[in-house]
Design a protein around this ligand. Structure first.
Ligand code: FES
Length: 113
């Protein structure tokens, strides 16, 4: 069972433009990895920033239609579920809950799977 840590204030919704992502560094997430918070089509989602295939930052990938394409080898992940959608990515990305309250984005890092 995944464990949810304290909420982290990421910034305001205006801080992440649609199609962009912001990285919360590992020393703030408490999960052992940085977490990327994505803005896609008016929704905010969070995944572990490190691609499950190799060492690449998903936050630097191409964000479109609720998916992120890894900048290294073009593996794609569903932002909502973390599902690996195409090769060479085969392992799903860990997702984390994100809440928007009064225009502020809050991340609830989840340790475990
Ligand atoms: Fe992401 Fe290879 S590092 S697909």
């Amino acid at each position: 069972m995944a464990e949810t840590a304290q909420a982290i204030r990421v910034g305001s919704t205006a801080d992440i433009e649609d199609g962009e992502a912001l990285v919360v560094p590992a020393d703030r997430t408490g999960t052992g990895d940085a977490i990327a918070v994505f803005h896609s089509d008016g929704e905010f989602h969070a995944l572990d920033d490190t691609c499950t295939h190799a060492e690449a930052s998903l936050a630097e990938g191409w964000i479109e239609d609720g998916q992120v394409e890894c900048p290294m080898h073009s593996g794609r992940f569903c932002l909502r579920t973390g599902e690996a959608l195409c090769m060479p990515a085969t392992e799903n990305a860990r997702t984390h809950p994100v809440e928007v309250r009064d225009g502020e984005i809050w991340l609830l890092p989840r340790s475990g799977t």
